[in-house]
Every structure is written in C-alpha cells, then in structure tokens.
Design a protein. Sequence first.
Lengths: 117, 778
Amino acid sequence: MANNDRKTYGILIDYTFCTGCHSCEVACKKELNLPEGQYGIKLTEVGPYQIDEDRWEWVYMPVITKQCNMCEERVAMGKLPSCVHHCQAWCMYYGPVEELAKKMNGKTRMTLITPQQ
Amino acid sequence: MADYKEFLDKIDRKAYHEGEWQWQEGEYTVTRSTQYSAPGCHNSCGVLLYTKDGKLEKVEGDPLNPFNNGKLCMRCLNLVEAVNHPDRLKYPMKRVGKRGENKWERITWDEAFETIVGKVNYYRDNFGPESIVGVHGTGRNINWQIPLLFNAGVQTPNFTTLFFTGFACYLPRIIGCSAVIGDFMIVDASVGHEDRYLNKEWKVPGCVIIWGNDPLKSNADGFLGHWLVQCVQMGTKIISIDPRLTWWGARADVWLPVRPGTDAALAIGMLNVIIEEDLYDHQFVEKWTYGFEELAKRVKEYPVEKVADICGLKAEKIRQAARLFAKSKPAAVQWGLAFEQQISCTALILAVCDLCGITGNIDVPGGMLLVRHAFNAHRHYNCGVEHMPEETAKKKLNGAARGIQENNIVPTADTDVIVHAMETGEPYQIRMAWIQSSNSIACPAMDAPRALEALKKMEFVVVADPFMTPTAMAVADIVLPVGMGPERNSLRNWWTPLRAQSKVCSYYEAKGDEEIVVEFGKRLNPKAFPFENDIDMLNWYIGMDGDYEGTFEDLRAKTWEYWDWDATYYKYEKGLLREDGKPGFNTATGKLELMPLAYIEWGLDPLPFHTEPPESPVTTPDLYKEYPLILTTGARSYEFFHTEHRQLPTMREFHPDPLVQMHPDVAKAYGIKEGDWVWIENQRGRFKQRATITEGINPKVISAEHGWWFPEQDPENLYGVFDSNPNNLTEQGVKGPGGIGSPIKSMLCKIYKVEEGVNDLISPTEQVIKLGGFKHGK
C-alpha cells in the first residue's frame, strides 16, 4: 500500500453515503495538528431541499486542501491516511488512482481526488 | 458499496500488532483498549491509546476491533483534548464559601473519605440510609459501579436519575419489550458476529425504520448508527419517522414527518394496514404469538385516514411505509428516545413490538436480534442489591400504588416521589445527595429551576465529575475529581462483545469510578466490598453470575471476546430463551404476547392505543393559540454527548452555539434569519438558542438542542446553565400510564427574536438565580 511505487495515489469519495459526521476533518486536524480554522480536509454541504414529492437532495462532499500530505508517515507504516481510516460512513478509499477508478461504475455518486504529491 | 472483505484484507495486521494489547512504537507506548466514558457515548469503540511519560498523546481507532472497524467519531478523535484539559478537576475540594460562590479549598482524598463517610454514617444512624439520595446519569460506564456503591455501600434504596420523570429514557423500551417478547431486541446489523458483514448466516436487512432518533449522532444504547450506513450500502431501504429530515429521511423510500407525540397512532395505523391487507406472517403468528385476534380487533379502531389525521401525515404514505416494512424480508426498527419522551410510551413500545412480531422479524438474520449482556454478566442497576436490608428496601420511594413501580420491575426509585420528599419532607426528609456522573440541572432535570431549588434544600451534597459543572458549582459541598476512560481499568458487557478498558494514564488526583466505588465501599460496608482494588472488583463482577471463565487480565490480553449466544438466531425455536430450556419465548405463555399478560398485571391496557399529548393543538386548543408551535427538544449533534464536551475548543469550533431548527415558513412568519438568537417560550419559562433554518423539518415543529452550558462563562452565574436550557419549559410529574414516559418532546411554545436591550434585560440564568424562577405566564 505504501506510496513508493511512483504511481499517482488518490482518495476516492463515494459521496452518496457521506453523513457529514466530521470525523475526516477532526482526524486530519489532529494528525497534522492544525489550528482553529485550518483543515487538510473540509466538508461542503448542499441542501437539504426538496426536488419533488418523493426526493430530497442533501449531500456532503469533502474538499481536500493543500495542507494534505496524504499522511505520508502513516502510509509508510502500512496505515491508511487518517481521514480514510476513521471515515465512519465507509465512503472513503485510498490507493493508486487506476485501482480506485475501477470502483467508479456509475452506480453511486463518486469523486476521485488527487492531492499534489 | 464498501466491500468488507476487501477492507479486512487490506489491513496491515503487523502494523497494528495483531494479538498484542500493549507495545512500544518509537517513543510511545501503545495500548489496545476501548473507550467507554467519561467522556462519550453509550458505546465502547476500539481505540489505540498512545502514551508518553504517563500522558495521553494520540488516539487512533483500532481497525482490528470488529465493533467499530477502526472508525471513530469526532468525540473519540478529540479525546486527547478532553483528557488533558486544564479545567479538569485535579483534586478533591471542599466548599469554603456559600453555595453558588466559586470558593473552594483543596483537600486530600483522606479528608474527603473521612468527611463523606462521616456524613453518610451520621445520616444513616440518625435518619436511616433512605435519607440519602444517590444520583447517576445516563447508563454508561457507571451503570453497575454506582448502583453497587449506593445499594451495597451507602445502602440507600433511593437512587435514581433525579428530576427525570417517567423513567423517560430507554428503560421503558427494555421493560415493555420484555413484557411482549421476554427479551430485548436490536436491529441485527451483524454486531453479534466477529466476522460481521461477512458472516454466512447474517442477512442484510431489507428495510429498517429509523424511528424517533438519529442514530448517526446519538449512537444510543450500544448501537453504532453508522453500522446502518454500511447496511444501506448493501441495499437496506429506509423508512424515516421523525419530524426532522435527517440523513435517513433524505435517503428514505418514505419519510413520515410525524407530529411529535403521536407515534403510537402511526404504529397502530401501520398494524391496521398490515393485518387488513393480509401482509403478516401467518406461520409465525399462528405458532408463536398470543393475542392476535384481540390485536386485530383493536387496530380496526384506527383506520388509516383517522391515523393520518392524528399524525399530520398523508394516508397513502402510511400505507406505503406499512407495505414496504411488511414486504421486506428481513425488516427491522431502530427505535429511539422519542419512544419514552411521549405520553403514549408504553402503548407505542407495544405497537412496535407487535409490528416486528407479526411480520415475522424476531430473531431472524437481519431482523430484530434478541440480545443479552455478553456472557450473561447481567447485573446493572440492581448490582449489590442483595446487601440492602429488607427493611431498608421497603422504604424505597416508589410511585403508583399498582403498576410497574409497585412491582419493583425498575430497580431505581421514582424521581417524582423523591423530589416531593426533598421539597416537603414527606413521607420522610431527604438530607443528603450524592451525584456521580450527572450534571443534573444542565441535562436530565425537567423543570430545571425547580430541580435547583430542591437540591439547595439538601444539607450535604457530594458531586463526583471530571469537570466543575453548573450542578457542582450550585450545590456541591465536596467535589471529587473523576478519571476519564483512559484513566480507568474497566470492562464493558452491554450487549456484545465483552470488552476490556485499560488504565494508561492518570490526571493529577482524579480516580476512576471503580477506584472511587471500591474505596468508599470498603469504608462504608466492608463486608460487601472484599476487594483489594479496582481489578479485584472487576474480577468479582465478571465472574459473579456470568459465564465468562477468564479474569479481567485474560480479557485485557484479548481486549474483546465474542459470545455465541448473541450470534445465534431463532433462539426461541432452540430452547435458548427460557429457564426451563423449552422452545418458546421467555414470557408466561411462552409466546410472543401481542396482548402481554405483564401489561395486564401492571394495570396497563394490553393492546395499543393513542393518547393525545397533554398539551397539543387537539388537547389544549386555547393554549395552542397562544403557543402555536410544537417544540421537540433533545436534538443530538456529532460534537457533544449530553452536557459533555462544551469546554473543548475543537468541538466549539465546529458547533459554537446551541441551535434551534425551524422551517423557512416559520422563520419568515416571525422575522427570523439564519443565526439570529431566538427566545423559545411557554407558560412555564423561556430559553434562547440560535436559529438554523431548513426545509427539512415539519413546518409546525421546531427542534431545539439540550445539555448546553457555557464553561467559558462566569461560574457564579452557573455558567449560564439556564440560558439555553429547554428544561425551563418542561414539567416534572407528568407521565403516561404505569408512571412511564413523559411528554417532553411534544410541548407547545412560541418564538420571538432576541432583541438586545428590549427583551433580554435579564437572562434566564439570572432570573432563576436572582428571582427564583419564571413568573410570567402564570
């Protein structure tokens, strides 16, 4: 899993299931020891609003900032980036982008993020 | 969809020291443990605690622990900030000023023991142990330890969640469910299995009703809400019953924004559809239930149109929900606190047990799993009760002459009767209060200003807590510093698995609850406390009447251990539920009692029915004209657990102020904008919170948060504890049949904007402290 194979690594977010629980944000703040108001990853939110009789939109999507180093130290130890590791909603994945892209089958709403590395 | 096998396969087990409970990692000692309060919720998730020189430095979720798979919520992720917080109580202290004054003097633990034991003995000798009231908070990692202290040490029959009418939290679901089914049940999200979602017998629930709670935020009662997110990823459909649109409602097949307090009618309406449309499980009903004909007759009194009218819902939506639930195999109900915080509590619990029963979802894979405490180590609120003399036990302050209290089903005393005794000396005077793990006036106390007055009447008050709280500041004569989770050796046996919690650090002179209980117990009643230390007591507890064969040290070496019983399905067919070993449920008839004989015994209607809330648009139309909104309270957030976490900078960064949620139509009608401070008022009092405006709420309802106090504010103004406290509006003593349930989630209120210098001349806290409470409106 270690990022020493010159592949581009990324974080895939299956945001269909993001619950907005803030675990990624706090895990990251604690890992990077970031002060108030600064984040390596930060949630954005759209909704809730009603689309029609039976459907609502209410969705969260994390934005990854330039402070993210994809947890180099953790990854070197064989661990996942702290945000992915702690994601309660099982909606974050870490790996080489080619591998992650294979999960993107259009059945759920996903985004693949590649922080500068 | 999250692939659980892929997740497990990718864990670097060497990096996580599989098989070890403690190791060295560079400069850190790492301990595999669980975190079960303080602070935190009803769960105990697997954590890796990183310590250096006796100080907690880092926390990581333990990916090898199947309970939480390494995932953590922000409260555990921020544990270091809590444990090392400079405002924590460092030493025992005694008050040297008047009550309410912030004047304290450090004392030694020896002086604390001597003073408190002296007081207990004085009251016991002169007035009987019943003159001392023991107070505990919500049932977390104190729910056998503190009962042991009060039952066997102090030997008072009067311990309780004080000021909290109607046992309005969880206990009624346990009692009601036991009456119908003989056991308790939870949604089977695979928690019984160590291999979780890969287990060959387990099935993904076809449908789950999320009813009266948001389990993502509350994680209540040993159930991690995010398990159900994994189920949704695996195909589970959702029905959401909640006046608020939650994450679940926004993703539900059906969202029913029910009028607060009318859930029982809704459940009966759904039963009506399922029986009328012949969607129930005939085989199960015929073989395993008692009272179906009577139930079928009763539900006819609740046609769907009538129910829709009561609940403020569309009839077709109720039918749609009932059909989806009945046709999904398996199906389950994640029920929440709203069940107890309405007057129809016992009827609602019965109706929802019926729903799960007649659809054949009891103890099936992916349905409603019958659960017991791991390895049968089941003592909780009754722990140590055998050490109470019979004569003393008889003096327990109970409520109704007949019914649930009279039958002593509930081990705790009735708070309403205790408060009456505190206020009037009838039937006898209460003289001392010992409050451990409860910030009474900030959280459980209905009519919080009244609670403060009642506590002030006590001659002597002990408060044990990790922080100085408004309750301690107001009334404590001695405060004891309590250790947090990483500062205690403990264990967890609420459902499964059995888990160990290890002491890895300490904070000044704070002691864990186990240490406090052992040290006081030995001094108060040595015969009942033949323990050298905390671990000695844990070994006694684990082996007392349970089936676990190891010691605490054995458990700690493994950190968790699964128990086959909780992993077994169809236990009623296999003879696993009854003491006689015969197939059947653990009820008098051996059947699932749709008309429970226990309800009859308790003087309750054994069939479900609807009761209007005592204050509602229907019951009190005149009051509704003056107070035209329905107030539901107790909304949870990710940042806080009840009154905890308010002093942590990270939590307040995410959630600085208390929030009241309202529909845009409501906000417009009252000229309120996002972020405005708003007064919420009824005939009993008022409080203020900041408006957050959302389409996702029933437009007749507003929803307020609870548990707010402001550690950053003046201690002598009790940290502003009444300013944002919805319990200025609640009432003690209003309860449902059997003395169970309280209508605190369905009050009437009005709202108006806080205008500086116009209508905020005196804060609610000053009004309570200086003027003795709220006078307006009466």
